[in-house]
Design a protein around this ligand. Structure first.
Ligand code: NAD
Ligand code: DAU
Length: 372
């Protein structure tokens, strides 16, 4: 790529999508400088960036986006011209049990980040050319009926969970800072991501580690809720294209396959697991509790549990704008992405074991009391 050199601040860069983005960016833009600011909500997350820690131009800072003085210092000292804001509380179920943290980080934290950018870039005039990119979600648009058209950029906001409401508020603040103060912003609203470094509290990685450990696969309600699954590296490319070619002030919807509703992930993952264990004695030795290791099928673990309160029934993304304007189309099919993700978890057992610490186990016990 022949883009000009940038100095990036990537907030939440130790999280799932953030870490994938940081790896993607460092691989494709080795001359840029990149600072990650992350509160390490999940203690093991720093491991996701371990191989970059000694790379030239890379720095990790443990801190909070709500700490305006810290952010001002980072923007100034590193001559940052591009902020990519991934930092957030991101799990819908946690927002139902404890919404306060979502307000603090997703709304107040994003606002303090915006204030710091305004101060350094606009009031002190340190970066005439700058970009604040905000990573948001399709959940701000609410829930679709079976035959409703997919969400497009002008779909009215109708967030249903405390998580979605906090993300919607942050999107509005980003928009207001562009409109009122002239901050150069872009926002992407993306569908469900999956892939490497995904914390095993979300459906796909939870199902994978539970299959391997022979634990119940908890399915909420009737298991027919529809999501538009996007492999995480495709999302990273979409953000990269938005930074390089996206028009300031615009929002772009990013989805996996728009109109096609993929099957819910647990059954295909069970089949992938069963196939992987056939004829692989080493795998059977490593994960003896997995049903596939004993010649049974992994789908015997599927367990229907109480539904999530206010569970959104269906999300679907109309991503024609980002395709038309920036040339983005997803490159990884759902089937290939699931197989690659399962393989990644097999190959990175130390990573997922390290993030499943005491606080993770407390969460699982609390959330799935009826199945564990
Ligand atoms: P994640 O929970 O894996 O990562 C979030 C990261 O933010 C964590 O590393 C956490 O430590 C950090 N963080 C939390 N509070 C912070 C604070 N106050 N200051 C600094 N860092 C803080 O989540 P994710 O799935 O990688 O999501 C990243 C972003 O993408 C979020 O903004 C989320 O709303 C958005 N998003 C996620 C998806 C998805 O499917 N996962 C889809 C669309 C949009
Ligand atoms: O749509 C984008 C959003 O996708 C992001 O903004 C969120 O940060 C991200 O967490 C994700 O939200 P979801 O709620 O859709 O993802 P989750 O993996 O939690 O759930 C996916 C679906 O699976 C959903 O219909 C609920 C269901 N589910 C989830 C869990 C954790 C289960 O049936 N059982 C479970 O144990």
């Amino acid at each position: 790529m022949n883009s000009p050199r940038r100095s990036l601040l990537v907030t939440g860069g130790a999280g799932f999508i953030g870490a994938n983005f940081v790896h993607h960016w460092c691989r494709l833009h080795p001359g840029d400088s990149l600072v990650v600011l992350d509160a390490l909500t999940y203690a093991g997350n720093r491991m996701s960036l371990a191989m970059l820690e000694s790379a030239a131009g890379f720095e990790f800072v443990h801190g909070d986006i709500a700490d305006q003085a810290l952010v001002v210092d980072l923007l100034t000292r590193h001559g940052v011209d591009t902020v990519v804001n991934f930092a957030a509380e991101s799990h819908v179920d946690r927002s139902i049990i404890g919404p306060d943290k979502f307000i603090e980080t997703n709304i107040v934290g994003t606002h303090n980040l915006l204030k710091a950018c305004r101060q350094v870039w606009l009031q002190e005039g340190r970066a005439a050319a700058h970009r604040f990119h905000h990573v948001s979600t399709d959940e701000v648009f609410g829930s679709l009926g079976p035959s409703d058209p997919a969400f497009h950029e002008d779909t009215p906001y109708a967030p249903n969970s405390p998580y979605a409401a906090s993300k919607a508020a942050s999107d509005h603040l980003v928009r207001a800072y562009a409109h009122t103060f002239g901050l150069q912003v872009t926002t992407t609203n993306c569908s469900n991501n999956y892939g490497p470094y995904h914390f095993p509290e979300k459906l796909i990685p939870l199902v994978i580690v539970n299959i391997l450990e022979g634990k119940p696969l908890p399915i909420y309600g009737d298991g027919q809720n529809v999501r538009d699954w996007l492999f995480v590296t495709d999302h990273c490319r979409a953000i990269e294209l938005t930074l390089e070619r996206g028009r300031a002030g615009e929002t772009y919807n990013v989805g996996g396959c728009a109109e096609r509703a993929p099957p819910p992930p647990p059954p295909p993952l069970c089949r992938i697991a069963d196939d992987a264990f056939v004829g692989d004695e080493a795998l059977r030795q490593r994960f003896p509790r997995c049903p596939s290791a004993a010649g049974r099928t992994a789908d015997s673990l599927i367990t229907f549990v109480a539904d999530r309160p206010g569970h959104d029934r269906r999300y679907a993304i109309d991503s024609r704008k980002i395709e038309r304007e920036l040339g983005f189309v997803p490159g990884v099919s759902f089937e290939d992405g699931l197989a690659a993700t399962f393989r990644w978890y097999l190959d990175h057992e130390p990573w997922w074991r390290s993030v499943m610490d005491g606080s993770y186990r407390s969460w699982i016990t609390r959330q799935y009391a009826s199945t564990v």
